[in-house]
Write a protein that binds this ligand. Structure first.
Ligand code: PHE
Length: 347
């Protein structure tokens, strides 16, 4: 029994030591470390007591085990209690120091937005993209052949006067129309073809509604049995998405060398709904784009059999759509980068 008395004394000493020690502990990290030095099964003062079991005479083993267990449970409780207390205090301190003053006015960050031309271009791309059109990016510098000749506009053709061209050399020019891309596409690809081609075009022209550089969106569909009805169907979807569900289109005869028949497409006035207003000059209709059935000569020139295939094409002026849609009366406002104007347009 002498051994058990000795053990009791040893345990009381450990108990006292733990009480003294934890009274001075101030943070949870120190609790963790001290707990380890006591409870570790190999090196800890209490943890290692169980390893002594082998040396204890058999008849005392049960009592020994009980006592060691008691102090183990007790110590565990002491550490847990202290740990919870300190962790709570540490958390409170953290909350205190990390407090945010929600009454402070927020820092204003100026928000940018896409340029109206880009917004309109993206909208048009989305609309035709949803109808299965693919995007073709043409060249801004073109040859006379692609911009004119292949589009049924030979040298002496009067239609060349419709567009004042910037020539770079007798052969090269800044494209006057994205229609030049039609030829590249039809040369490279056999029908079915269904593309849109956005890009900059250039003409020596300058007034409130014309700029020497502006943007167009070409559309081209070539397949078996394509007619003017397909064109109007697609353009109806386009104007309804851009100008409102209740808008309609109207086709008027026009002339382009590369389409036959050619049409000028009007949209019903989305401001007065046909009653007549300043925007539609009292007519109830606004001209929005040029289009037509692809001229057979153009198809044949690109090696497409015009008896088997037919096509439609259209050319949308992106600035014109942006001006109509956002009520901008001078095209220059779209090129001057005045934030007071641009900030107002964010669709
Ligand atoms: N390229 C013509 C223009 O710029 C528009 C157009 C495109 C007309 C396609 C018919 C077909 O005026």
């Amino acid at each position: 029994m002498a051994d058990l008395i000795e053990l009791s004394e040893k345990l009381s000493a450990i108990r006292q030591e733990i009480k003294n020690e934890i009274a001075g502990i101030e943070n949870s990290k120190a609790v963790y470390e001290y707990r380890k030095s006591i409870m570790d099964s190999k090196t800890g003062k209490i943890g290692s007591l169980m390893r002594e079991m082998g040396k204890i005479p058999n008849e005392m083993k049960a009592e020994y085990g009980k006592k060691v267990n008691e102090i183990k449970v007790w110590a565990q409780e002491q550490f847990d209690e202290l740990d919870t207390k300190l962790k709570e205090a540490e958390m409170r301190l953290r909350y205190e120091t990390e407090k945010i003053d929600i009454t402070l006015p927020a820092k204003m960050r100026p928000k940018g937005n896409l340029h109206p031309n880009t917004q309109v271009r993206n909208q048009i791309v989305d609309i035709f993209g949803s109808m299965g059109f693919q995007i073709y990016e043409g060249n801004e510098i073109e040859t006379d052949y692609y911009n004119f000749t292949a589009l049924n506009t030979p040298d002496d053709h009067p239609a060349r006067d419709m567009q004042d061209t910037f020539y770079l050399s007798p052969e090269f020019l800044l494209r006057t129309q994205t229609s030049a891309g039609q030829i590249h596409v039809m040369e490279a690809q056999k029908p079915p073809i269904k593309i849109i081609s956005p890009g900059k075009v250039f003409r020596s022209d300058d007034d409130a509604t014309h700029s020497p550089m502006f943007s167009q969106m070409e559309g081209l569909v070539v397949d078996k049995g394509i007619t003017l009805c397909d064109l109007q169907g697609m353009l109806n979807v386009f104007v309804q998405k851009i100008f409102g569900e209740d808008t309609r289109t109207r086709l008027r005869p026009s002339y382009f060398p590369f389409t036959e028949p050619s049409v000028e497409v009007d949209v019903s006035c989305f401001q007065c709904h046909g009653a007549g207003c300043k925007l539609c000059k009292g007519t109830g209709w606004i001209e929005v784009l040029g289009a037509g059935v692809v001229n057979k000569k153009v198809l044949e020139g690109c090696g497409i059999d015009s008896n088997e295939y037919s096509g439609i094409a259209f050319g949308i002026g992106i600035e014109r759509i942006a001006m109509l849609k956002y009520g901008i009366n001078n095209i220059k406002l779209l090129f001057e980068s005045d934030l007071r104007v641009l900030d107002q347009i964010d669709d």
